[in-house]
Design a protein around this ligand. Structure first.
Ligand code: KIV
Ligand code: ZN
Length: 502
């Protein structure tokens, strides 16, 4: 048997994924996701961009503290302060990587950086040498490589490898490349850079033309041995290459690929659900691998075929990606210990006994409303509990009257800086009425740019998760709310966004 190369899976859900508008995550949520990625056996977890904010710095540090097996990576520009901050955040990790990037395309160098190519090259080399003081595991990305000139890419990559970079990532930052073109570029670079054998080449493809997975796979067929990707394809604009699609394409087509990953594919669905619950970004039903319809056969001909022989219409087994596996489900009879250990395994750090008691009480209330409590519901519990301390606006009460054929009526009572205020309104359905009543109290004048409402998981008992984007004078605020009552979930999301806005 021909031995297969190892394909490194570099997950950037917590960094590039978090750059999706509205996908920001709390520190606890990032640690929870990082632990799930470790269970999935992701090789490298890019935890964030520590210089970008104190919150991101703390989150990278917390992930570096919690993760023992995967490598933890932090992003930095070719700037000394960025590199120092990344190194500081990664201090708790025994297995760390610093990821350094600078743009190399003519348009980025001229219009954004206002630098000559030679200056860009020198700065990249200086930065790699600086980062080497903290670790030998250095990744370099020529940003917008997808629109860069091959000659310049060869020059700069050769120089950074010489300076100590051990992974060379080729980002198609704006998702402009086509699969054949991206593969050709990968092959050209590997064949024409004299010291290419001293580094692992990697792909980082954005999905603007819906080609991120195809481009990444083409990169692998042409010599790349690391793929950067995200759970559910989360990421800037149209997103990144989706981890679950990449992993299953490679595993299913071992007749074509000369490599394989270490990924525990039966964790893919759980990971996808977790990321969806944390970010509030629903997974489209027909999404490959993790969409609810990915293995559902509707047509009679297909059903008949599958019953006779599964392989007539199925190229993968649903259980191999984590559908239909028995998940531990909590319910109203679950004790405090079972609850605590489930939360701990999700990486939720208890601040105190009171914190645990408060969450356990909320859990019992939820368990009275719905019989089975999944991990996604527990994430919803953190979400609802996280807010309480800092909120200026709180929900005190709501009273809804809704009759078919009549406008819905609602009365909302809010606490505003500790003072109770109430308003009533009619609307085109209870959610519309509720938002109008809230505006009567708050007078935010914000524009509702986006509203979505989805079930956290399947079944009529599922909790609803509402997402909202408000805009006021150019400032954007995102809100999320989770509840078994979808009107209440929507009100929570609206109030959550208002709290961020003011
Ligand atoms: O898309 C991109 O170019 C990036 C780099 C920082 C790797 O995310
Ligand atoms: Zn990117």
């Amino acid at each position: 048997m021909v031995s297969k190369d190892k394909l490194i899976i570099f997950d950037t859900t917590l960094r590039d994924g978090e750059q999706s508008p509205g996908a920001s995550m709390t520190l606890e949520e990032k640690v929870t996701i990082a632990l799930a990625l470790e269970r999935l056996k992701v090789d490298v977890i890019e935890a964030g961009f520590p210089i970008s904010s104190p919150g991101d710095f703390e989150a990278v540090k917390a992930v570096a503290q919690s993760i023992k097996e995967s490598t933890v990576c932090a992003l930095a520009r070719c700037v000394e302060a960025d590199i120092q901050r990344a190194a500081e955040a990664l201090l708790p990790s025994n297995n760390k990587r610093i990821h350094i990037f600078i743009a190399t395309s003519p348009i980025h160098m001229e219009k954004k950086l206002r630098m000559q190519p030679q200056e860009v090259l020198e700065r990249a080399v200086r930065s790699i040498k600086m980062a080497r003081k903290y670790t030998d595991n250095i990744e370099f990305s020529p940003e917008d490589a997808g629109r860069s000139e091959n000659d310049f890419l060869c020059k700069i990559i050769e120089a950074v490898i010489e300076a100590g970079a051990t992974t060379i990532n080729i980002p198609d930052t704006v998702g402009y490349n086509l699969p054949e073109q991206f593969g050709k570029r990968m092959k050209y670079l590997i064949e024409n850079i004299s010291n290419a054998d001293k580094a692992i080449f990697s792909t980082h493809c954005h999905n603007d033309l819906g080609l991120a997975v195809a481009n990444s796979l083409s990169g692998v067929l042409n010599g790349a041995r690391q793929i950067e990707c995200t759970i559910n394809g989360l990421g800037e604009r149209a997103g990144n290459a989706s981890l679950e699609e990449i992993v299953m394409a490679i595993r299913t087509r071992q007749d074509i690929f000369p490599c394989d990953t270490r990924i525990q594919s039966n964790q893919l669905v759980a990971c996808s659900k977790l990321v969806s619950a944390v970010t509030g970004f629903a997974v489209q039903p027909n999404k490959a691998i993790v969409g609810i319809n990915a293995f559902a056969h509707e047509s009679g001909i297909h059903q008949d075929g599958v019953l006779k022989n599964r392989e007539t219409y199925e190229i993968m087994r649903a259980e191999d990606v984590g559908w239909n596996t028995n998940r531990m489900v909590l319910g109203k009879h679950s004790g405090r210990n079972a609850f605590k250990s489930r939360l701990e395994s999700l990486g939720y750090p208890f601040r105190s006994e009171e914190d645990l008691n408060r969450l356990f009480e909320n859990f019992k209330v939820l368990a009275d409303k719905k019989h089975e409590i999944y991990d996604e519901d527990l994430i919803g519990l953190f979400k609802n509990s996280n807010k309480k301390e800092a909120d200026k606006i709180t929900i005190q009460n709501i009273h809804i009257k809704s009759r078919l054929g009549h406008p819905a009526q609602i009365n909302v009572v809010l606490g505003v800086h500790g003072v109770e205020k109430e308003a009533s309104s009619e609307g085109n359905g209870p959610i519309d009425a509720a938002f109008k009543a809230i505006e009567k109290i708050i007078h935010s004048g914000a524009h509702l740019q986006f509203f979505s409402l989805n079930a956290i998981h399947e079944g009529v008992e599922a909790q609803g998760t509402a997402k909202i984007r408000l805009e006021k004078q150019g400032k954007i605020a995102h809100g999320q709310g989770v509840d078994t009552d979808i009107v209440y979930a929507s009100i929570k999301a609206y109030v959550n966004a208002l709290n961020e806005l003011f």
